[in-house]
Write a protein that binds this ligand. Structure first.
Ligand code: NDP
Ligand code: HSE
Length: 437
């Protein structure tokens, strides 16, 4: 029988993820010890309400409300409370006491990542966060380690399961937004207050984390352009499919050059987008997540799976736990977060992409020509136009669906303003960016 050195593991939070991590750690302790080369002794689980019912059973003697004492005696602290405070303070306390820290908390990383990584570096500890983006999907380690020798050009991510579920239902079942949101809530994907998901805040936090890691540059949360899915209507989703696309909420992190200034930098944005039906991301259904990475040498890679769920997310946390234990056994300082590139973070106005604009117009001679002139006046080149006509009360009306070549956000914005003011346009029905072509 091999004698392992024992490492003391403290878990903060015994909710959906924390209770599953505790339960799996107790159940598979011997196997994990063999993989880690060290015994992993669960010394306690800190919670708010010791009497609360838990998804997975935690022995009563391990439950405590005294998180601070638990932190002080631990070699590895697993933060699964969520939110900013007290999670941030507990992570800092753990790092300052020399413990490695594992967290699944995208909010604290997106808002305080540099402070936390610096604290870890100062004491030679390491902060692990595989579960913070994409739940069970391995994406942090591939970006940090496997692709460390390559140059990531772009990431297109479906990183929020709730919104993917809603958009997928609108597409495959023809639900309207409210019906799909109600179903997402009933199934437990959406929170009682779904704002963070449907307004894109959750995805923006994940975009900030992915972009910072992929481009070796701190990309602050407030530099991530964010639009949610609340204005996406069933008719748009239906029209998109007819045109060969599916609507997805994407987190897009990319290297780019600002056309006006020539500055090379990076950008991160979250918004609904049209994805061609033959793109791998179009096949991501339900509440699943996927991260599509384009790297210079490796080409295109896709990481796919469960982006949430207590036990699924616990898998990623336990992977970090084994890594942290191996590091303790090997000795030496933790791997610091790399921000060496320190590239300029460019605003959404620097982005160029393609757009689909849907217009309602009166169907009479000269309208198409007037609209084409308006696009060219603003330097936006049209790739394709399709038209459907129906009888209106006074005159026939037409719906024009226009797809552009790549254009700058600023040029597109001024085109849309001019379209909205044009006497030949009844209304600008929708404007969606087209990604993944
Ligand atoms: P839960 O809300 O289910 O659990 C939070 C836990 O933290 C509860 O056990 C709660 O105690 C405890 N807690 C809250 N405040 C305190 C405090 N002040 N001191 C001690 N304990 C406290 O959250 P989840 O398990 O869903 O999420 C945990 C983390 O994992 C979050 O950062 C989340 O973003 C992340 N994550 C979650 C996923 C998921 O599918 N759930 C997916 C990916 C990441 P009590 O039980 O007594 O109320
Ligand atoms: N609310 C998130 C989602 C959970 O819907 O994907 C995982 O962060």
């Amino acid at each position: 029988m091999i004698e392992y050195r024992n490492l003391r593991v403290a878990i903060l939070g015994g909710g959906s993820v924390g209770s599953q991590v505790a339960s799996l750690l107790l159940e598979h302790g011997a196997e994990l010890a063999a993989r880690a080369g060290a015994g992993l002794e669960l010394v306690g689980v800190a919670v708010r309400d010791p009497k609360a019912t838990r998804d997975a059973v935690i022995p009563a003697e391990l439950i405590t409300t005294d998180a601070e004492s638990l932190i002080l005696g631990a070699d590895i602290v697993v933060e699964l409370i969520g939110g900013i405070e007290p999670a941030r303070t507990y992570i800092l306390q753990a790092l300052h006491s020399g413990a490695d820290v594992i967290t699944a908390n995208k909010a604290v990383l997106a808002n305080h990542g540099p402070e936390l990584f610096e604290a870890a570096e100062q004491v030679g500890a390491q902060l692990y966060y595989e579960a913070a983006v994409g739940g069970a999907i391995p994406i942090i380690r591939p970006l940090r380690d496997s692709l460390a020798g390559d140059r990531v050009k772009r990431i297109l991510g479906i990183v929020n399961g709730t919104t993917n579920y809603i958009l997928d239902r609108m597409d495959t079942w023809g639900d309207d937004f409210d019906e799909a949101l109600a179903e997402a809530t009933r199934l437990g994907y959406a929170e009682a207050d779904p704002t963070a998901d449907i307004e894109g805040f959750d995805a923006a936090q994940k975009a900030s984390i992915l972009a910072s890691l992929a481009f070796h540059t701190t990309v602050p949360l407030d530099a991530v352009h964010r639009e949610g899915i609340t204005s996406v209507i069933r008719e748009q989703v239906h029209a998109a499919r007819k045109a060969g696309y599916v609507v997805k909420l994407l987190a897009i992190c990319e290297r780019l050059t600002d056309a006006a200034t020539g500055v090379e930098g990076v950008s991160a944005r979250v918004h609904p987008a049209l994805v061609p039906l033959d793109h791998p991301l179009a096949a991501v259904h339900g509440a699943n997540n996927a991260v599509f990475v384009e790297a210079e040498a490796a080409g295109s890679l896709m990481f796919y799976g469960a982006g949430a769920g207590g036990i699924q997310t616990a898998s990623a946390v336990l992977g970090d736990l084994v890594s942290a234990a191996r590091r303790h056994v090997a000795g030496g300082p933790g791997v610091a977060e790399s921000t060496h590139a320190n590239l300029p973070v460019l605003p959404i106005s620097s982005v160029t992409t393609r757009y689909q604009i849907t217009l309602s117009v009166v169907d009479e001679p000269g309208v198409l020509a007037a609209i084409a002139t308006l696009f060219s006046d603003h330097g936006v080149s049209v790739e394709a136009v399709s038209q459907s006509v129906r009888d209106g009360a006074d005159a026939p009306t037409a719906t024009l669906v226009i797809v552009t070549h790549e254009a700058a956000e600023s040029a597109l914005a001024s085109t849309v303003t001019a379209l909205a003011a044009s006497p030949v346009v009844s209304s600008v029905v929708s404007v969606l960016r087209v990604e993944g072509l």
